[in-house]
Ligand binder design. Structure first.
Ligand SMILES: [Zn+2]
Length: 87
């Protein structure tokens, strides 16, 4: 009965090519701290790429901001971004 289990599990694993890094939230968001307000906004993975090229980032809440250094702890999470992420 359990003889073919490992083979089946392996083929299923191979089929799921998308990495499930941040799939817990409805909208996947990456935290970035605003240089001015020191709030930790959420941005989409796509925006991480386009924002990096543009020089600023569009957060879930609608704010456009310049990201602080990644070691900046920030003042706290942007609640409007969190609300948008849960929609
Ligand atoms: Zn925000």
């Amino acid at each position: 009965m359990a003889r073919h289990r490992a083979i089946t599990g392996w083929s299923r694993w191979r089929q799921s090519s998308a990495p499930a890094l941040v799939s817990v939230q409805r909208r996947a968001g990456i935290e970035l701290v605003d240089t001015l307000t020191k709030l930790a906004h959420l941005v989409s993975p796509d925006e991480m790429v386009t924002g990096h090229q543009r020089g600023d980032y569009q957060a879930f809440c609608g704010d456009r901001f310049v990201a602080a250094c990644l070691v900046e702890p920030g003042r706290g999470p942007c609640q409007r971004c969190r609300e948008q992420a849960m929609l």
